[in-house]
Each structure stands twice: as C-alpha cells, then as structure tokens.
Design a protein around this ligand. Structure first.
Ligand SMILES: Nc1ncnc2c1ncn2[C@@H]1O[C@H](COP(=O)(O)OP(=O)(O)OP(=O)(O)O)[C@@H](O)[C@H]1O
Ligand SMILES: [Mg+2]
Length: 235
C-alpha cells in the first residue's frame, strides 16, 4: 500500500540547512493500522506531510498504490491525492461558516459530485462516526471530540485507500482519545482503509498493528506483524 525508500529531508533557509529525516525506509500493508511514534521534533509531521504529498522530499521515494508520488507533477499529484489520500489534522481544520454536513461534503464538491449524492454520503458517514443528529449544526457548537469525528468523516468521503492522521487525539482528554481511536479502529476493520497515525503517546501506539518509531529523524524500530522483515527494510 505504502512504501517509503531511503527518504531524507532537510529544510533550508537563507543561513542554514536543517536535516530532519535521514534515509528512512519502511512499508505499510493494505488495511494495516500503523502508528508513527516519536518525541517532539523527531520528524513525525514532516514524515506525514511528505507521505501525503503535501511537500517534496530532498531525497528518496514514496510509493502509494505502486505509484511514486515524489516523481509526480503538481497537477498529477493533486489529482492523485483527491482520489487516494485522506488527511486528519490535530486541530480538525473544519470551516466555521459551514455546517457539519457541508464540511463533510466539501471534498466531493471539488469532484463535482451531485448535491443529493453528496448529502446522502455525508449523512451516512456522520452516522458511522456516531453523530447522527449534529449534521445541521456548526463546528463551534460541537465538542472537540465531536469536531474530530466530523473531520474523520470528511477524510473518508472520497473513499481514500490511505488516511494520514497527525496527532488526531492531541487536543483531547484521555476518555475522548479512546473513543476516537476506537472509531478509527472500527473504520479500519469495516472498510479496510489503511491508517498511518502520528502520536507521541506509547499507549496510543500500542493499540495499532505496528509501530514505526522515529528518533531525531532516524527510524529506530519497526515492530508488528511484519513476518520477520528486518527493521527498516521494505521488501
Ligand atoms: N518549515 C520548516 N522549516 C525549518 N525547519 C522545520 C520546518 N518544519 C519543521 N522543521 C524542523 O524539523 C524538525 C522536525 O519537525 P516536525 O514538525 O516534523 O516534528 P514532530 O515530530 O512532528 O514534532 P511534534 O511532536 O512537536 O509535532 C524540528 O526540528 C523542526 O524545527
Ligand atoms: Mg508534529
């Protein structure tokens, strides 16, 4: 599903070059739920943004569904992302002036899907994430956990094969965190969607099928049901 090969990244500004990721390689199987674990500044968000095609790496390859997204032109990549990739942000990133349902529908607006079809899909997804009665409210009328459910529904509406989530429970209390992780696990089972979830909490990572750990931009461990593959080596 996802294969990262010798990925390195450095940010450069006018005075210096800051290396952030060093020759990282791993792979994620279709339908797998993977945690990307590491302390603050270890390069997790950078890694996720690269894998989601939000920026280009200094070096390396990223294959999603057997296509190298590093090589793609900006136009091709934008189209590929709309069809294959979903993203969930720590701070939800909902549009305040749109209702919950309109927020969930939004990715389909960009795909010119008919309003009646969009609406039906959005309502079904809102039900699936446990918000059947909130569709006509605005994001500010919802709790943080409820807003994150909306953003999860939005990420699913294009039926992406992989969803990247950057600390999706980072702003939530422990009980709500457990609910959100439970929802993600249920969606993963029901739809076989692949999830890569950034966290700095070992308790969250433990609930995933495998864990990729970054330390100072280096891959330190790769655990899980990888059938004896050596750490950091993609087949
Ligand atoms: N646009 C940028 N320009 C320069 N340096 C950057 C940029 N973005 C990130 N960095 C640096 O890259 C390193 C890794 O940052 P990143 O955001 O990937 O860490 P993280 O693991 O997601 O941390 P956190 O848990 O705090 O979110 C940090 O040292 C950060 O300062
Ligand atoms: Mg981060």
């Amino acid at each position: 599903m996802l294969r990262v090969e010798n990925l390195s990244h450095a940010f450069s500004n006018s005075t210096e070059i800051v290396p952030v990721l060093h020759q990282v390689s791993f792979q994620v199987k279709p339908g797998e739920m993977v945690a990307l674990l590491g302390s603050s500044g270890s390069g997790k968000s950078t890694m996720l943004n690269l894998m989601a095609g939000l920026m280009k790496p200094t070096e390396g390859r990223i294959y999603i569904a057997d296509q190298d997204i590093v090589k793609m032109s900006e136009n091709k990549l934008a189209e590929f992302r709309r069809g294959h990739i979903g993203f969930v942000f720590q701070s939800y990133e909902l549009i305040a002036t749109m209702t919950v349902r309109e927020n969930v529908e939004l990715p389909l607006v960009f795909q010119s899907v008919r309003p009646s079809v969009r609406r039906k899909k959005a309502l079904a997804l809102l039900e699936e994430v446990g918000l059947p009665n909130k569709s006509e409210l605005f994001p500010s009328q919802l709790s943080g956990g409820q807003q994150q459910r909306v953003s999860i529904a939005r990420s699913l509406i294009t039926e992406p094969s992989i969803i990247f989530a950057d600390e999706p429970t980072g702003n939530l209390d422990t009980k709500t965190e457990e609910e959100i992780i439970g929802i993600l696990q249920r969606l993963n089972k029901a739809r076989n969607t692949t999830f890569v979830i950034v966290t700095h909490e070992a308790e969250v990572a433990e609930q995933m099928q495998s864990v990729i750990t970054l330390r100072n931009g280096y891959l330190v461990t790769e655990q899980g049901d990888r059938e004896g593959l050596p750490a950091g080596r993609g087949a």
